[in-house]
Design a binder for this molecule. Structure first.
Ligand code: ADP
Length: 442
């Protein structure tokens, strides 16, 4: 990348240098040509004003400069030439400068000599008697001038290219160095000095890096928790089965141990199911199939299904409210209601109540469906309220375990809420009870 930027800078600089040189030489040559014609014009005008060339017989011009004078009559016949024997000259009528002078009073032309390096510049004027007086001067062509100067031009070009290379190198370095520093110190981007335009980029990288680190930490913790959670029931299963295998258990023990093995393997299954469910939810972030659902019907089915469970815990469960339509994934909604109601039963007191409400409430000028699960159970103290949605976080581990909890139920609920753009409100008082309210966007 560094090399590419460098090369591009140099390429731009070289192009600019050559363009400048070509344009400068062209402009210089045009000024040079104008100067020659201006000189010839003044020269011819001076001679014309002396009247010396009015009579061809009397012309006696001694050429003391590089300017050659020619007198041509109306038909193009050369009457006099200061440089060449006129008998050797053919008719000049078709020479452009002569033609123009005869027609418009003055004419000019440039003709290449045998070698491309020299040009001859002609300027002609019509005299009062109708003849044409022409002055000619030889001078270097643009190529001639260029070839004379090529060495100096190349020296200047090489010097300028060398300067550009140094500048390009410094410029590339000033652009790239902060990026390199940042890449080297990705953990400490605060101390990297960056230029203004890079600041949003650095902020984004910093945020992404923090997110990655946070995610990595979460995954690490989750893996450690999973291993720990799986280890306990597996150790029990392994221990009890070993006792049976060694013949160290009486017939009655065998039944008791088998019950323990059964209980622990069920626990393992529940745990594994919840872990699989969470990772499924992690993967299907954007691809949830939504349909129009009546939340009241879903809650009704769930309340009926949990009736026996509630009775076993000495808890009354009841549904209130009315039909409320939402766009949601059916399976996830069933899971959501089940997890909240199951918790409300399990963390309740004997003779307690669970009230499930599905209804709509007015927010601004729209109706918002909501689900509320309220219990008269043990409640959650303030310090735990924020954390109960974390994976494997339990307020009372033994109570959770003894009632078949995995510590993953509310983490699954949180995931489902995010996928449905729903918000949640938790109100709880230790010893009094808990209310969890889920508010859906229509
Ligand atoms: P678990 O499987 O342990 O119930 P959850 O993720 O469902 O896991 O809940 C996390 C913790 O939040 C529970 O262990 C419990 O301590 C607390 N909790 C959840 N719901 C209630 C509730 N309705 N009343 C009191 N505590 C609750």
């Amino acid at each position: 990348m560094k090399k590419r930027i460098n090369i591009q800078f140099i390429a731009v600089a070289i192009t600019a240098i050559f363009l400048t040189l070509i344009l400068a030489v062209t402009a210089f040559y045009q000024a040079f040509e104008k100067e020659i014609f201006d000189n010839l014009k003044t020269y011819v005008a001076g001679i014309k004003s002396t009247g010396e060339f009015d009579d061809p017989q009397k012309c006696d011009y001694q050429s003391d400069s590089e300017i050659r004078l020619t007198l041509i009559d109306k038909k193009g016949v050369v009457l006099y030439d200061s440089g060449i024997d006129i008998t050797k000259l053919n008719n000049h009528y078709n020479r452009p400068e002569v033609k123009h002078a005869l027609k418009d009073g003055a004419g000019r032309a440039v003709r290449k000599s045998s070698s491309a390096k020299i040009n001859t510049y002609y300027y002609a004027v019509k005299l009062d008697n109708g003849n044409v007086l022409r002055a000619a001067k030889k001078s270097g062509s643009v190529w001639g001038i260029l070839s004379d100067l090529i060495f100096y031009i190349m020296c200047i070009a090489v010097f300028m290219i060398a300067c550009c290379m140094v500048l390009a190198h410094l410029l590339t370095k000033s652009l790239i160095t902060p990026i390199e520093h940042m890449a080297e110190q990705i953990d400490d981007t605060e101390n990297v000095h960056v230029y203004k335009e890079m600041a949003p980029f650095v902020t984004m990288i910093r945020k992404q890096h923090e997110d990655i680190m946070k995610n990595a930490k979460m995954r690490q913790e989750f893996t450690a928790n999973v291993s720990h959670e799986l280890k306990t029931p597996l150790t029990s299963i392994s221990g009890y089965s070993e006792l049976i295998e060694n013949g160290m258990a009486t017939d009655q023990d065998v039944i008791r141990f088998a019950r323990e093995i059964h209980k622990n393997s069920n626990r393992l299954l529940t745990l594994i199911n919840d872990i699989i469910r969470l990772s499924e939810l992690d993967v299907m972030d954007q691809t949830v199939e939504m349909e129009a659902l009546d939340m009241y019907t879903i809650a009704d089915n769930c309340v009926n299904m949990l009736g026996v469970n509630a009775e076993n815990h000495g808890v009354t469960i009841q549904l209130h409210g009315r039909k409320s339509m939402i766009m949601a994934n059916k399976e996830m909604m069933e899971e959501l209601v089940y997890n909240l109601c199951d918790n409300a039963i399990r963390y309740n007191k004997k003779g307690g109540r669970v009230d499930v409400t599905v209804d709509m409430y007015e927010s601004g000028n729209e109706l918002r469906p909501y689900l509320a699960v309220k219990d008269t159970g043990i409640g959650i103290s303030k310090q735990h309220q924020e954390r109960i949605f974390e994976r494997f976080y339990r307020v009372d581990k033994s109570r959770s375990k003894s009632t078949g909890g995995t510590g993953l139920g509310l983490a699954i609920v949180k995931h489902i809420l995010v996928q449905h753009n729903a918000i949640m409100e938790l109100e709880s008082e230790k010893g009094e009870g808990t209310e969890i309210k889920v508010i859906f966007t229509k």
